[in-house]
Design a protein around this ligand. Structure first.
Ligand code: AMP
Ligand code: MG
Length: 298
């Protein structure tokens, strides 16, 4: 898919995109050509660029916070019927999964967010099937769950590093589709974002980490090994994007060479997807008039 960028023209006025950001960045179902996914694009961005991105992202905040509070309220009030949101963040090292959590997810009340990062599995996790630890980390009703990496690692790093035989990882795409369809049917709103960076940008970000002692903690020498296997990772991403891209659990491809665009785009998609749910405030489960009278009489 080529991300079109009808909004690139410079103008002082705010230009409204003809399509929503969800529509612009939704990966169409069908064959995926990784080379056609532009990591530096800025589809649908309404402003000039980096200089005004903080303002555009901040402007999403109150709307997103209101939607999240409605979701949360419904989770408290009617947990059986309440939606749960699952935002899956996948991308190569330095693509900015943490940055998205800070700048986009950080726009809402942290009490309504459940963040889970997935590292190499522990011995206990390895003793179960690969979805076991994922099921254990799913958000409760009314919550926004954030996966910093996910079950997709089990068809990405696991495939590239030959951690299990091909016969095993190849069966996982169907298992993932079945799993995600079950979640969607059970009331999960699944939003999967592939944070697409270029190898050149990754090199710059790794170098920046090494140039600044306050960023050493973010640097992992193994990230360079993964960089050297870029082609193999992109083949694995291609299959994950192509084989697990359903209406129930769609992929969005987020151009991520520009951090400001990445953060704005994910905040906007989250907003659009929550707006589409049409959340209302839960009705009182008590007699409002009677309670008003009681409180007035205190
Ligand atoms: P980070 O997100 O930078 O803290 O790194 C987490 C590391 O855990 C990455 O190198 C991932 O590839 C690795 N990881 C996550 N899930 C798995 C998995 N299922 N199998 C093997 N390695 C994994
Ligand atoms: Mg890392």
């Amino acid at each position: 898919m080529v991300h079109t960028c009808g909004m690139a023209k410079k103008s002082n006025s705010t230009v409204r995109p003809s399509k929503s950001i969800s529509e612009l960045l939704r990966l169409p179902e069908g064959p995926v050509n990784m080379a056609s996914l532009d990591p530096a694009g800025r589809p649908g961005y309404p402003g000039h660029g980096k200089s005004d991105a903080d303002g555009y992202t901040a402007a999403i905040g109150p709307i997103l916070a209101d939607l999240q509070e409605r979701l949360f309220a419904n989770g408290k009030s009617t947990p059986v019927d309440a939606k749960r949101v699952l935002l899956v963040l996948q991308g190569m090292d330095t693509s900015g999964k943490g940055g998205v959590i800070t700048h986009a997810v950080g726009l809402v009340d942290p009490q309504g967010v459940h963040i889970k990062g997935f590292k190499a599995p522990t011995p206990e996790e390895l003793s179960h099937d690969f979805l076991w630890r994922i099921r254990n980390a799913l958000p409760d009703p009314g919550m926004i769950g954030i996966f910093d990496r996910s079950h997709y690692e089990d068809v990405l790093v696991v495939r590239v590093e030959n951690l299990v035989p091909v016969s095993e990882w190849d069966g996982r795409y169907d298992l993932i589709n079945t799993f995600e369809a079950e979640l969607a049917a059970a009331g999960y709103l699944i939003i999967k974002c592939f944070l697409n960076i270029s190898p050149g940008e990754q090199k710059l970000r790794l170098a920046a980490r090494l140039a600044d002692p306050s960023k050493y903690w973010k640097y992992n020498p193994r990230d360079v090994n993964a960089h050297e296997k870029w082609g193999a990772y992109m083949e694995a991403y291609k299959d994950a994007l192509e084989r697990c891209n359903t209406d129930a659990a769609p992929w969005y491809v987020i151009p991520s060479d520009r951090k400001w665009y990445r953060n704005w785009a994910i905040a906007e998609i989250l907003k659009e997807q929550l707006v589409a749910q049409g959340f209302t405030w839960p009705a009182a489960n008590f007699d409002v008039a009677a309670e008003k009278a009681r409180v007035a009489a205190i």
